[in-house]
Design a protein around this ligand. Structure first.
Ligand code: NOJ
Length: 483
């Protein structure tokens, strides 16, 4: 029973909530009983982990792989924590059979991985590199042999350096090159991979890489150039949806892994809920909104004025090419309140006391895993959703007994999954959950200083040690419920 229903059945109004403590003991026990009910997930719900090529593979110079913007950026002094690079990372390129055993041991039924564009086309375009295709083919075969369904992302930020040298995402031709690579790769793998995600977190690589300069390629462009390259990125997504459909085997499903800004009504009353709904569209105007609706919102175009992107009607149609599913990467909440402004809402900046995980941006707001899928499904009538990423960084350390007691990550996961269950129980069509991540890995500009794995990695020896959170997740998967 949710709080609203409890209030209704108990005859209390929200205003009277503090009086609950004055109720007779029997009445007070009611919500406790309902909270103790197990939160079973639907039969066949997929439990997985997510990962990305540059963050785990290593083998940076092996088997014909070309350089990406992240090789260049991480090797540029001062760009990453401690000068860390993904040259070796988790050496997943060589150790994946062992890591798949770990996945199987935990009971994972799916795994999201990404293909490095420069393993397939070392220079971004041209002749494909058979050794690159063979690697992903072996990976897919090994996953399937372990009973783990592969979900494949085609772009997780490792743009070929050769394309960046020609303007990267500022060059419209990059969108064309991406679609060709995506179509080719889907053609090669879709006899066994049934789900492809075009791109991971367009907002992140656009804003962090080309606007704030803290991710590769490390540029700080003005807002007009950023809006235009953002347009080419969403166009690349749409073009690749079409290319995957054209080259994929029958039954291939196409979607995206989007870090939608997860708007959460600060208090669950109608006016704030309505504000969060509006905010979901506006805060994501140049990402999921334009992809779903094929148009930029009026407020977005008005806000940018002369800096708005130039586009054609045909491009807008391509951007909105229908998808089979939407993947959401959900971490921190964006709390919204209603106000009288033109947008009808205001974003509440987290007070300095707001709790966060080890990464300072990772505010803890479990209810975002309820609201984000719910609003996305409601607004755009999405029929198949996945949580393509959710997880937490923690200051993990090996205890004297050899264990890693990441109680904070367990707390985080338990609470977020409880909220996800709440959404599913209300009929939100979430079909699977990918925890970020199985292994500690290269956390971009934070290098190896921020650990997100449920398995601890000693980067000097490549030894893997499952943490307490791995035990927790294993139990969630085994019982198909969270408590
Ligand atoms: C989002 C990104 O997709 C992933 O690459 C990153 O490591 C995690 N979030 C954690 O920051």
């Amino acid at each position: 029973m949710n709080r609203r229903k409890f209030l209704q059945t108990s005859g209390l109004s929200l205003g009277a909530w503090p009086l609950a403590s004055l109720l007779p003991a029997g009445a007070r026990a009611q919500p406790l009983q309902s909270a103790a009910q197990p939160s079973s997930f639907p039969k066949g719900f997929l439990w997985g982990s997510a990962t990305a090529s540059y963050q785990v593979e290593g083998a940076a110079h092996q088997s014909g792989r070309g350089p990406s913007v992240w090789d260049t950026f991480s090797h540029t002094p001062g760009k990453t924590f401690n000068g860390d690079t993904g040259d070796v990372a988790d050496d997943f390129y060589h150790l994946f059979p062992n890591d798949i055993k770990l996945m199987k041991g935990l009971g994972l039924t799916t795994c999201r991985f990404s293909v490095a564009w420069t393993r397939i086309f070392p220079g971004g375009v041209g002749q494909p590199n058979q050794q690159g295709i063979d690697f992903y083919s072996r990976l897919v075969d090994a996953l399937l042999a372990a009973g783990i369904q592969p979900y494949c992302t085609l772009y997780h930020w490792d743009l070929p350096q050769a394309l960046q040298d020609r303007g990267g995402w500022e060059n419209r031709d990059t969108a064309k090159a991406f679609a060709e690579y995506a179509g080719f790769t889907a053609g090669a793998l879709s006899d066994r991979v049934k789900h492809f995600m075009t791109m991971n977190e367009i907002r992140s690589f656009v804003e962090l890489g080309y606007e704030q300069g803290i991710h590769a390629p490390g540029l700080r462009l003005d807002s007009q150039r950023v809006a235009q390259l953002n347009h080419y990125a969403v166009l690349a997504h749409g073009m690749s949806v079409q290319a995957i459909r054209a080259h994929g085997k029958p039954g291939t499903k196409v979607g995206i892994a989007d870090n939608v800004q997860g708007t959460v009504p600060v208090v669950e009353v109608p006016k704030h809920i309505e504000a969060a709904r509006r905010a979901m569209r506006e805060q994501n105007a140049s990402f999921l909104t334009v992809i779903e609706e094929g148009r930029y919102t009026d407020l977005y175009l008005k806000r940018l004025g002369a800096n708005a992107p130039k586009f054609t009607a045909e491009e807008m149609q391509v951007i909105a090419s229908p998808m089979d599913f939407v993947g959401l990467n959900i971490y921190q909440p964006t709390y919204i309140r209603a106000d009288d402004s033109e947008t009808g809402y205001a974003v509440i900046d987290p007070p300095s006391s707001f709790p966060h995980m080890y990464s300072p941006w990772l505010y803890v707001g479990p209810e975002v895993l309820y609201w984000a899928p719910k609003l996305v499904a409601d607004i755009w009538k999405v029929k198949e959703l996945y949580i393509t990423e959710n997880g937490a960084s923690a200051a993990d350390a090996i205890a004297p007994d050899g264990e890693v007691y990441d109680s904070d990550r367990v707390m985080y996961l338990r609470n977020y999954l409880t909220q996800l269950h709440r959404a599913i129980a209300e009929g939100v069509p979430v079909r699977g959950y990918f925890l970020w991540s199985l292994l500690d890995n290269f956390e971009w500009a934070d290098g190896y200083s921020k650990r997100f794995g449920i398995v601890y990695v000693d980067f000097a020896t490549q030894k893997r040690t499952p943490k307490l959170s791995a035990t927790f997740y294993k139990k969630v998967i085994r019982d198909n419920l969270v408590k």
